[in-house]
Design a protein around this ligand. Sequence first.
Ligand SMILES: [Zn+2]
Length: 75
Amino acid sequence: MAARKKSAKLFRCPTCGMLVRAQDEDFPFCSDRCRKIDLGKWASGVYKISSPVLDPDVLEDLGGSGTDRGGSRDN
Ligand SMILES: [Zn+2]
């Protein structure tokens, strides 16, 4: 293994994984295109907010008919 000293820190483009330098114009992306792709992902909900969505409505919908899994136990 050759340990080379690097003067510039390298980062990876979040979109395509290409190496990007911190002083690059489009940092942290390798290009304007990748920046837009990333923004698009956010916009279209590919990246979700961390916590799972447990909407009461959704749960009701799933439990639908006869929700009796240990039902009368919540008092
Ligand atoms: Zn990229």
